[in-house]
Design a protein. Structure first.
Length: 488
């Protein structure tokens, strides 16, 4: 019992040596579980004792829940030991649906890692047509292996496109900087555990997900993705430990920006907003050509309601982007962020100029069209032009609830309450917890004489409204809709 408790505490606390000792005691007593097995496997992998690692993988096959991991672990152990065909364990587990599901992703990486690059790229091909997180993860992992083996050309081909993650990975390869350090097999096992941890988290098994993520850091402590995963899971129970986990990710690492974003968010959540702000400002000023650094500072200032300063930070991001055309961040997004910050700061004149710059760069982007259109509509200026912009946005993205709300509000402003209600009801079905949409719907109901439904919509809006909107909505619930209480 004491050894089991010690194992749990050592895993969650990140104490590898203690976890190995506790797992060893439980193993001798015959009471070890899959987490203990993985701890012992992590020790064997770190020491490159592949026979011992294979023994632990064999024992995992005896577990009712985690038996599917055995062939996957054996595949990477074959890469590390350079004995046998790494794909064979996966091919032999076709009757296990979980092993097959995870193994499908591993096969291209195993082939590349074992020197069969052409076969690996062929196995990767079915994933390349997709644009989801799974495909992104595989592309970057495969490119990292190819680059490490000296095939920078194929690595860069895999990372073509304007995806920001691909652009950052390309910059590493172009500078001949490795995308990951350490043993390939250990990194493969750690990445597998990170994925399993993520799936467990999605199934709302947070304690086990955290244990698996922590064990991933034991397997490959040089792997940044393991520390980022562990930090995300630790944040719900120990934010200090979550911050400490991020200390293992260098600023110049592939995941450095993601770690910085996570660190700043944790600091803000724990009352360290000023510390977060100082860190973000220091990072931006240390690398003034970094678009991401200035944009991150702007985002943080905006979250702290320092909108004028946020707008200034976005201006610096625009400057950096315009002097570095290869930036992965589209310049129009930075202009739009600046326009939004200026508008929130009460400077609509300058905000409109910035939004129009975004529109000039992205005249067919629905977010730009909606922002510029609705911002004018709520100020009752250029109503015809504003409605045209919103209509185009709706045509381009008809299922966007915010845009549907804007179009409904345009009809309301013109006095077409029936059409306004039709559109606003559709928007509310799409985003039932959006305070602005529900308030708009309440105003439209009231103006159409549907007073009971108006109260219902306003009450729904009140649940999620900010302080200013809450005061206005409460007044409407008390006295009804007056011109001075109309939603913007």
């Amino acid at each position: 019992m004491l050894a089991a408790r010690a194992l749990d505490e050592a895993i969650v606390g990140g104490n590898h040596a203690l976890a190995v000792r506790a797992a060893g005691i439980l193993d001798k007593a015959g009471t070890i579980g899959p987490d203990g097995r993985l701890v012992l496997l992590s020790d064997a992998v770190r020491r490159k004792e592949w026979k011992r690692a294979a023994l632990q993988a064999d024992r995992m096959a005896e577990d009712k829940v985690f038996a599917f991991t055995a062939p996957l672990l054996h595949a990477w152990i074959a890469v590390g030991s350079r004995k046998g065909d790494p794909v064979a364990p996966i091919e032999g587990a076709k009757d296990d649906p979980l092993a097959t599901a995870y193994g499908g992703d591993l096969k291209p990486l195993l082939l590349i890692a074992s020197g069969r690059e052409k076969d690996g790229l062929a196995a990767l091909a079915p994933f390349l047509a997709r644009a989801d997180a799974r495909s992104e993860r595989l592309r970057i992992a495969a490119a990292a292996l190819l680059a490490r083996k000296g095939d920078r050309k194929d690595a860069l081909i895999l990372l073509a496109g304007d995806n920001p993650a691909y652009a950052r990975a390309r910059s590493f390869i172009e500078r001949k900087q490795p995308l990951f350090e350490g043993d390939i097999a250990a990194g493969g096992i750690a990445s597998l555990l990170v994925r399993i941890s993520g799936d467990l988290r999605g199934q709302e098994v947070p304690a086990l997900a955290l244990s698996i993520a922590r064990i991933a850091t034991f397997v490959a402590p040089e792997s940044s993705e393991t520390w980022l995963s562990a930090s995300e899971l630790l944040a719900t129970r120990d934010q200090k430990a979550a911050l400490a986990a991020l200390d293992h990710i260098p600023a110049d690492d592939l995941l450095g920006p993601a770690a910085m974003d996570r660190r700043l968010a944790l600091l803000v959540e724990t009352g360290g907003g000023e510390k977060a702000l100082a860190d973000a400002r220091r990072a931006a000023e240390a690398d003034p050509a970094s678009v991401a650094g200035w944009a991150r500072l702007g985002d943080l200032l905006g979250s702290l309601n320092r909108d004028r300063e946020a707008a200034d930070a976005y201006a610096q991001a625009v400057k950096a982007a315009e002097t570095a055309p290869s930036s992965s961040t589209p310049t129009w997004t930075l202009w739009l962020l600046r326009g939004s910050a200026l508008t929130r700061a009460g400077d609509w004149a300058e905000g409109k100029i910035a939004a129009e710059r975004a529109y000039a760069l992205a005249p067919q982007h629905p977010v730009v069209l909606n922002f510029l259109g609705y911002s004018q509509l709520e100020r009752r200026e250029n109503i015809d032009q504003a409605e045209q912009l919103i209509r185009l946005a709706s045509k381009l993205d008809p299922d966007n609830a915010s845009i549907t709300d804007s179009l409904g509000w345009a009809h309301y402003v013109r006095g077409d309450y029936a059409k306004a209600i039709e559109l606003l009801e559709r928007a509310a079905r799409g985003e039932p917890s959006d305070a602005a949409i529900n308030e708009h719907l309440g105003d439209a109901y009231y103006s159409a004489g549907r007073r009971y439904e108006a109260r219902y919509a306003w009450q729904a809006a009140l649940v999620y409204a900010d302080d200013d909107a809450s005061k206005r909505i409460r007044s409407k619930l008390d006295v009804g809709l007056r011109p001075d209480l109309a939603a913007p």
